[in-house]
Write a protein that binds this ligand. Structure first.
Ligand code: LLP
Length: 433
């Protein structure tokens, strides 16, 4: 459920017409709904309420400070993967004890920063990393907590090869056999307390079933470790819960919870803390990318709809063959979309290639897409753009990044201004002075 709806054939974000926003801030622009962000966060929290989990929003999915602040004010923790994200979490006023820090390549400077900020857990990805964090904690006279990231060797067949992580052959974490040795070697370290486990099996995962297999393996390992005198006090089951890019295509929060919660009841009752790291389930459908059609061009049998945004602002279609719903913002009542679907079951649509201005053939938002009549100057919306849109945007072709707007009811706030051409060269140094 989100707050991007068509009324009389016009797209609204909450109570603001998308066309008014485009008029006010120009295009391209990312537009987020505050009500949707909060609704997603609260619905996920409520679905998992029996476990009273620590929800750590995955900053990488959509990292604007205003959005982080909104979630931090709700009591949400943060999942970070860099020193930059540690700083974002702090700037957003997050409770740093509810921050988990993942990533295979944490540098000494990043580790020092995170220890200094008193984060909750480092997700540990390798033996060398463990030794390094332990040594830094010792040098700083601090005690940090570590969650060993394990690969339960499960995968979802529908998860793209570039975003699956739970398999044995991955740069992330260690397999379960190696985890046993890991605890033997490092389980008693006084500076980096290895008292938690971490899983993240990929994203998006379109079914609860891989989580069930992964969590079952983790719980078995926790029991086994207990018999050896090692107590695991926290289990982080990661993120990756799918967002409804296509209406009804993803499991509800409740169906993930129904499958996962019973597996962790005993762990919770025994005093364990459960952590979740959702990103896209909160942010994806809370945002759209607005774009203005610049030109229509016929190329052989193909009709190209050429937009003022593309892979530099929304790389998911190009990078992961991801499908995102694209539709005009003012199609009129006859073409108001009843749902976001690959097959719209409407008359009068024509197949289009929705492409961007970047000088690459791979620069597209949608291929072979049935769309209503579209003319130069029309406004389109790329749906499901709240996650991994702006956060993965680049300056390729020296294009400024779009502004971001947060809508709240019938009001909106600019939460990031459009970049200028001067911004684009601001960090560069001209050696000639
Ligand atoms: N936790 C860890 C350790 C992760 O690596 C990720 C995502 C998440 C949580 C959050 O996953 P989410 O709930 O947002 O699916 N750029 C790709 C997705 C890459 C995900 C990377 N890690 C995309 O646009 O689909």
């Amino acid at each position: 459920m989100d707050h991007f709806t068509y009324r009389d054939g016009r797209l609204f974000c909450e109570d603001v017409p998308a066309a008014d926003l485009a008029q006010a801030v120009g295009t391209p622009a990312f537009v987020y709904s505050k009500a949707t962000l909060l609704h997603h966060y609260r619905a996920l929290r409520d679905a998992f309420a029996p476990l009273d989990p620590v929800l750590c929003y995955s900053i990488k999915s959509c990292s604007n400070l205003a959005i982080l602040r909104l979630l931090a004010d709700e009591g949400c923790g943060m999942d970070v993967v860099s020193g930059g994200e540690v700083c974002r979490a702090r700037a957003a006023g997050a409770d740093m004890r509810k921050v988990v820090y993942a990533g295979v390549g944490k540098t000494d400077a990043e580790i020092e920063l995170a220890i200094g900020e008193g984060i909750g857990w480092f997700n540990i990805e390798s033996e060398q990393e463990f030794e390094n964090i332990a040594a830094i904690a010792k040098r700083l006279g601090r005690t940090a907590h570590g969650a060993l990231r394990i690969n339960p060797d499960v995968a979802d067949a529908r998860t793209h090869a570039k975003t699956t992580t739970g398999k044995k052959e991955t740069k992330f974490g260690v397999d379960i056999e190696r985890a046993r040795r890991f605890f033997k070697a490092y389980g008693k370290d006084p500076h980096l307390r290895l008292d938690a486990l971490h899983l993240h099996i990929g994203s998006p995962i379109y079914s609860p079933e891989p989580y069930v297999r992964a969590v079952t393996k983790a719980v078995a390992l926790i029991d086994e470790l207990k018999h050896e005198g090692i107590t695991i006090t926290a289990l982080d089951i990661g993120g990756g819960y799918a967002a409804d890019y296509e209406t009804g295509a993803s499991p509800s929060f409740q169906s993930y919870a129904d499958a996962i919660v019973p597996l962790l009841g005993d762990f919770k009752r025994g005093g364990g803390t459960v952590i979740l790291e959702p990103g896209r389930t909160i942010a994806a459908n809370a945002g759209v990318l607005l774009t203005r059609v610049q030109y229509i061009k016929q190329g052989g049998t193909k009709k190209f709809v050429i937009c003022d945004t593309g892979m530099h602002h929304m790389i998911r279609p190009t990078l992961y063959d991801a499908w995102q719903f694209v539709w005009p913002c003012e199609p009129g009542p006859a073409f108001a979309p009843p749902r976001r679907a690959k097959e719209m079951g409407m008359d009068g649509l024509a197949l289009c290639e929705v492409v961007g201005p970047i000088c690459e053939t791979g620069d597209y938002l949608a291929l072979d897409r049935p769309l209503p009549p579209i003319a130069r100057g029309d406004l389109l919306a790329v749906f499901g753009a709240g996650a991994y849109g702006m956060s993965m945007a680049s300056h390729y072709n020296t294009m400024p990044k779009p502004p971001e707007v947060l809508v709240d009811g019938d009001r909106y706030t600019l939460i990031r201004r459009r970049e200028t051409y001067d911004d684009l060269v601001a960090a560069e140094i001209d050696p000639t002075g």
